[in-house]
Ligand binder design. Structure first.
Ligand code: ZN
Length: 315
């Protein structure tokens, strides 16, 4: 039995994991902004001990504890260098966990998107594959690259920032400081912002009707539903979204040639409706066209559990 911990902005999810998947789970709500990182880590360590005890797992028989964390992590030293989402800087998370648990159980740390990609390879959408790329389409665009069934995170700190490849030289200004990053076009946020802007100018659009006339309520579900019902405006919004996203995926396929590309995050709820069209657009643009190996594009199978499972198998 292993433990996987997935730290998010709103909650920390902890799972007892074995080869069949997650056997038991617990969740800690991340409390107020006044909570220090080390207070949260103490809570996490106590929750792990409790979960092991409740499920009659002796701490000595736990094979490892892995932690997935958003932001820039230094896996080797076990330090979260910087996490914008959590407001953390240079947090020695593994050392603090070991101290609190007084445990010699092997522990490891990874970026959350990297861990989720590993989870999908171990028992999700990319099960049995040696290489895969996960692209998460949520508030931002994140992702993880798996090569030879291991996380490819480059040299020392950082890892792959797939959302920050530029697809427009003089494009929209990104939070990272550059212009034209994929994240500014392919995140769920970008999709919704575009739809809300055009809907405000066309109140007769189905986008407005389906959201009860409330522009801020136009979300991914409304946008895709309007397109499925042949609303012209939703059609334009979704077409532009898919075209931009396909450029990012083509770049990924041309660079890594993974066996499979997995889409996660909120937008991936559209499943085949999303992947079928993307596949067509990507096939037309990849180097070598259909003469080359075009990675199949699928949606995540594990969803929010991918990070927990991947984290549990970091050791
Ligand atoms: Zn960027």
């Amino acid at each position: 039995m292993r433990v996987g911990i997935d730290i998010g902005g709103m909650s920390v999810k902890i799972g007892l994991v074995d080869k069949q998947g997650i056997a038991a789970k617990s969740v800690i709500k991340t409390a107020s902004a006044s909570q220090t990182p080390y207070e949260l880590i103490e809570q996490m360590a106590d929750a792990v001990s409790l979960l092991l005890r409740e499920n009659s797992v002796e701490p000595e028989s736990c094979e490892g504890i892995g932690i997935a964390c958003p932001g820039t992590v230094d896996a080797q030293s076990g330090i979260v260098a910087y996490s914008n989402n959590l407001g953390w800087e240079n947090v020695a998370i593994l050392e603090a966990m070991r101290e609190r648990m007084a445990s010699s159980t092997p522990m490891a740390l990874a970026n959350d998107a990297d861990a989720a990609a590993l989870g999908e390879v171990l028992c999700g959408a990319a099960k049995g594959k040696d290489s895969a790329v996960l692209l998460t389409l949520g508030t931002g665009v994140g992702g993880g690259v798996i090569m030879n069934r291991k996380i490819f995170s480059g040299f020392l700190r950082g890892g792959c920032e797939l959302g920050h490849m530029a697809i427009e030289r003089n494009g929209r200004r990104c939070t990272c400081g550059r212009r034209g990053c994929l994240e500014m076009y392919a995140s769920a946020t970008a999709l919704m912002e575009h739809a809300r802007a055009v809907a405000a100018e066309h109140p007769q659009s189905l986008l407005c009707t389906l959201s009860g006339g409330r522009i801020p309520d136009i979300d991914g579900k409304v946008i895709f539903e309007a397109r499925k019902r042949n609303d012209a405006l939703a059609g334009l919004v979704v077409d532009e979204y898919l075209e931009n996203l396909s450029i990012g995926i083509v770049n990924i396929v041309n660079i890594f040639r993974p066996e499979i590309v997995i889409l996660g995050g909120g937008v991936s709820a559209q499943k085949e409706y999303l992947t079928r069209e993307l596949q067509r657009r990507v096939e037309g643009k990849c180097f070598g066209g259909t003469h080359g190996q075009i990675s199949p594009i699928v949606t995540s199978e594990l969803g929010n559990d991918a990070g927990i499972i991947g984290a549990a198998y970091l050791m």
